[in-house]
Design a protein around this ligand. Sequence first.
Ligand SMILES: [Cu+2]
Length: 150
Amino acid sequence: MPAVCVALTLAAGAGATGIGTRASAQGSADTTITIRASGSTLEFVPVRVSAKAGTRLRLRFVNDGTLPHNVVVPRTEDDLDALALAAYEAGETGYVPMGQKDKLLGWTALASPGETVETTFTMPAAGEYTYVCLFPGHSNSMLGTLRSLK
Ligand SMILES: [Cu+2]
């Protein structure tokens, strides 16, 4: 059953809104930004990125670390705690709570050590957004700021 759920998730992620795909998949984007994790640290590097509002951003995550991670971009930071809680029950979908995907700008598949994953989405209205790893226990420290520029 888990394998079926993952397949459905990837298929659903190929739609126009939030794309959660392996790096081999193509999605049109104006900008690609690469973030990484390394060692066993619960940190994204860099911790601040920016792109212009209204443009298509491909957010690529290279997992150079020793732990699995994902990258999830909530539409609003207000939902972060609820999403992090729901992620504990979302192992079958790479710790992305698909029941709340309407609250997400984008999300990646779960990246095992050595893997690269990405998500492509349209940058929202100018302001500051958060990208977070929702692997259980990571969301308190594994955060970054996505700035949407006018
Ligand atoms: Cu993580």
